[in-house]
Design a protein around this ligand. Structure first.
Ligand code: ATP
Ligand code: MG
Length: 423
């Protein structure tokens, strides 16, 4: 029989690497605590219709990338391709708009699924960290959301970042821009890919996001959304930019930045890595405002804004900048037990040490003393604790500090206090 292999576009995260993931998760949660975002956990699958309605029928995600299946009850379900739709569904379903604390500030951390062509930075199962602030349309919350992402990257040690922002305006601005886009592309649409030809009818804005036709001459001369913003949209965008400037967050405005999902309006942003050798896909984080989305999934008309970033791309960016995250925790105390009696004694001792808060380990392989020392070194143990027949008889253990080489006889009943003092 042939070996069974991991599915294409997925990865095992093994000990040695998983510590990086845990560190990032811890940092993200810490920052969310400071910013007062609370965790929300929604199901891994949702009704397919949720994504069709929210992400949008005309998007790549819904048209090509979803893992959709029928369950045994004949319902169409989809493994979540992104987080916002489910959070907004839950917000509406649990009537969070009625909560005393507003806006509702939520974060999530978990796997997403997209049927994409696997390549560097593109997986079929990947982990996103994202936040949503729902219930406020004050430009300061846009700046807060952007700053939280920047803060996470900064705290993890990334320096070579570029924040790109744009405004997609409100629906009347978008309508005017849409008409201008159709007029611009229609005469030569035959020169564009099949997807773009379809987009002209369904969602012409998304032509600007096409990866195949990005170098076409007409892309460069396409009408800019910024020329179609009405006064309200323009002044909203100005305020967001002012907050960012006041917070000393550098950004560039790119009027061709349109996000892949249908539900965005007003503020849209992406954070890219500018590290050399990062590769072709440089977007680390994408987000924007989605006034109207709550209503689309059946809730009241409440404004929202959020972002999502993947841990896979964050790790590539850390690699590209040569940033090392703190590594696995070393063992505080490794017990080397010699002889049956000492072996038996080591079990309750391990239990006691662990209860006292130490990370403690012993040999389970029946190794000789020298090999047990080797094992302790391999685990970067701070101390080894040696007990043999002799020591037991005298009521002592030998504790050796592996860093300094210093060695002391310690009465068995003083082991914990000794190790506590040693740190
Ligand atoms: P792209 O243009 O690269 O396909 P997207 O617009 O589809 O990105 P979003 O839906 O905005 O991406 O997701 C937010 C973030 O999630 C992206 O900025 C990226 O960091 C990450 N991401 C998206 N798709 C994948 C994937 N297949 N594998 C790993 N990370 C991903
Ligand atoms: Mg994509």
């Amino acid at each position: 029989m042939s070996n069974i292999q991991i599915p294409r576009g997925t990865q095992d995260i093994l000990p040695g690497v998983v510590e990086k993931w845990q560190f990032i998760e811890k940092k993200a949660k810490e920052i969310c605590g400071k910013f007062q975002y609370k965790e929300i956990r929604t199901p891994i699958f949702e009704q397919t219709e949720l994504f069709q309605r929210s992400v949008g029928d005309t998007t790549d995600i819904v048209q090509k990338e979803m893992y959709t299946f029928e369950d045994r009850g004949g319902r169409s379900l989809t493994l979540r391709p992104e987080g916002t739709a489910a959070v907004v569904r839950s917000y509406a379903e649990n009537k969070m708009y009625g909560q005393a604390v507003q806006p509702v500030k939520l974060y999530y951390f978990g796997p997403m699924f997209r049927y994409e062509r696997p390549q560097a930075g593109r997986y079929r199962q990947f982990v996103q960290f994202g936040i949503e602030a729902i219930g406020s349309d004050d430009p300061s919350i846009d700046a807060e959301v952007i700053s939280l992402a920047m803060e996470l990257y900064r705290e993890l040690g990334l320096k070579k970042l570029r924040l790109v922002i744009n405004s997609l305006g409100d629906s009347s601005s978008r309508k005017a821009h849409r008409d201008a886009l159709i007029a611009h592309f229609k005469p030569s649409i035959g020169e564009f890919c099949g997807d773009c030809q379809q987009r002209l009818e369904t969602n012409p804005l998304r032509i600007l996001d096409c990866k195949k036709d990005r170098d076409h001459e007409l892309m460069k001369t396409a009408p800019s959304i910024l020329d179609y913003l009405n006064d309200e949209s323009r002044s909203y965008f100005e305020k967001v930019k002012k907050h960012l400037t006041d917070m000393q967050i550098d950004f560039v405005v790119d009027p061709t930045l349109v996000r892949g999902l249908d539900y965005y309006n007003h503020t849209a942003f992406e954070i890219m890595s500018e590290a050399e050798g990062f590769g072709a896909i440089t977007t680390l984080c994408g987000g924007g405002r989605y006034n109207g989305l709550v209503q689309d999934v059946g809730g009241p008309d409440q404004p929202g804004i959020g972002f999502a970033l993947s841990i896979e791309r964050l790790l590539s960016a850390l690699d590209a900048e040569g940033v090392e995250l703190p590594h696995e925790e070393a063992v505080d105390c490794y017990i080397i037990a010699l002889g049956d009696e000492a072996m038996d004694y080591s079990m309750p001792l391990l239990q006691q040490l662990r209860r006292e808060g130490f990370s403690a380990e012993k040999d389970y392989m029946g190794r000789k003393m020298k090999a047990q020392f080797k094992a302790a070194e391999r685990l970067h143990a701070q101390h080894v604790l040696i007990i043999g027949e002799d020591e037991l008889e005298k009521g002592l253990a030998v504790i050796k500090d592996l860093q300094t080489g210093e060695q002391k006889d310690v009465p068995l009943e003083n082991i914990v206090s000794f190790l506590k003092r040693e740190g």
